[in-house]
Design a protein around this ligand. Structure first.
Ligand SMILES: Nc1ncnc2c1ncn2[C@@H]1O[C@H](COP(=O)(O)OP(=O)(O)OP(=O)(O)O)[C@@H](O)[C@H]1O
Ligand SMILES: [Mg+2]
Length: 398
């Protein structure tokens, strides 16, 4: 079984003691998007994928996200990733730990009947969710923009993805929470239609909602507390001007600074009690972490309402760098950083600062249309490699 990297915060830690860094040394894509058969030997530092638009650079990063998260980092279905005209894709990766131990991971997806299978060293994991966090990634791409300008759901996704990768317990809790929420909403909708709620039907789900919802909120609150200082310093790294971003956790049943999960449970329970008549009338669960948000500000001003385009972009990069630093410092995990198409969006100064930052990290995969963005800041060789991507093929530049 592939060990979780470093001591996880509860849940499925398999390996304790010395944290390890896992390097993706090889990846193979078969019938994945426009890659019929592509094999890549990666370096342990910066891996740059260069090529014109539409050649298949992003697709390579997407394949890596399948190995890490079991799915695409875009909101796209599995069958869309299958090369048109073929029956299914297979993506395979070889991970090498600090100690030199190799692990083979693979994901295959058939079109009809649609079936996705994951194998770690030849054996299926007990559940697909158990794969998450074993080879963590942080993704930065223009598609992540809605984190700063979109609706609250985008920011909840940001928290969920970061936390699920570092804490198996969180992943478990959020999945159980969503289940309780679905069941409870179904009961409330039925009740509204029929005007009758049999006794004892909703209570177990309310209990479950409170138990898991309070733990989810508590972990999110701690995450945001940790993330704050990282965001400020990351923002300064990319934009040395006198702007100070901040982030705050917005929870409808907040239990105050430093509150424990039990305090969140009491508060959520009380909220549900207060709103029970309204819930029955509207057929909907009206309290819980599915309504949380993050308040993002720059110099005290609400980002969603007042930030410029450039401030949005800088804050997004800062949040992603902060997520990376959080995983590294708080959980001893060194994630893979996937930077898709970030340079076309930013000015030279910022690109340079992000690259200097990335050069000091672990393994990074970057896509760009022009190799010139790298200037002379990277020493290419064994560790840092350049690849040319062309019509669904990829070869290392020598
Ligand atoms: N399921 C699929 N089967 C075959 N080809 C696909 C599939 N999905 C996408 N493609 C092709 O993949 C190509 C896009 O690849 P990708 O998004 O990786 O390009 P890119 O190199 O990142 O380009 P850009 O620089 O514009 O971001 C397009 O040519 C598209 O037609
Ligand atoms: Mg792309």
């Amino acid at each position: 079984m592939l060990p979780r990297r470093g001591p996880a915060s509860g849940g499925t830690a398999v390996l304790t003691g010395t944290p390890q860094t896992m390097i993706l040394s090889r990846i193979r894509l078969g019938n994945f998007r426009n890659h019929a058969a592509t094999a890549i030997e990666l370096g342990g530092g910066i891996n740059a994928f260069l090529g014109d638009n539409g050649q298949g650079k992003t697709n390579i990063l997407e394949a890596v996200s399948y190995l890490s998260l079991t799915k695409s980092f875009y909101a796209s279905g599995d069958s869309e990733a299958i090369e048109i005209g073929t029956g299914g894709f297979d993506v395979e990766g070889v991970l090498v730990s600090d100690a030199g131990v190799q692990h083979q991971v693979s994901v295959t997806c058939a079109r009809l009947p649609q079936a996705k299978r994951f194998l770690i060293n030849g054996s299926p994991p007990e559940r697909l969710a158990a794969v998450i966090g074993r080879f963590p990634v942080v993704v930065l791409s223009p598609e992540k923009g809605p984190i700063t300008f979109g609706g609250p759901g985008e920011r909840r996704k940001f928290m969920d993805l970061a936390l699920s990768q570092v804490s198996g317990a969180y992943l478990e809790e959020i999945l159980e929470y969503r289940k309780a929420l679905r069941q409870r909403n179904r009961i409330l909708t039925n009740n509204r239609a029929k005007g009758f709620l049999p006794p004892g039907v909703i209570e177990p789900w309310t209990e479950s909602l409170v138990a898991y919802g309070s733990r989810v909120a508590h972990r999110r609150a701690m995450f945001v507390t940790d993330l704050r200082s990282h965001i400020v310093s990351a923002y300064r790294t990319i934009m040395p001007e006198a702007e100070t971003p901040d982030i705050a956790y917005v929870c409808g049943f907040a239990a105050g600074e430093g509150a424990d999960a039990r305090a969140y449970a009491a508060s959520l329970s009380a909220d549900l009690e207060t709103r029970s008549t309204e819930e029955r009338r509207r057929g909907l669960t009206l309290a819980g972490p599915h309504r949380d948000d993050l308040l993002l500000t720059i110099n005290g001003m609400n980002v969603q309402r007042f930030a410029s385009h450039g401030q949005h972009k800088t804050l997004l990069v800062a949040m992603k760098i902060a997520e990376y630093s959080y995983m590294q410092e708080r959980h001893n995990e060194t994630p893979m950083l996937l930077l898709d198409d970030v340079f076309s969006e930013l000015d030279k100064g910022r690109v340079h600062r992000i690259l200097s930052f990335a050069a000091g990290l672990g393994q990074v995969m970057i896509t760009a249309t022009e190799g010139t963005v790298f200037g002379s800041s990277i020493a290419w060789g064994r560790q840092n490699r350049r690849f040319i991507v062309e019509r669904g093929t990829c070869r290392q530049e020598t």
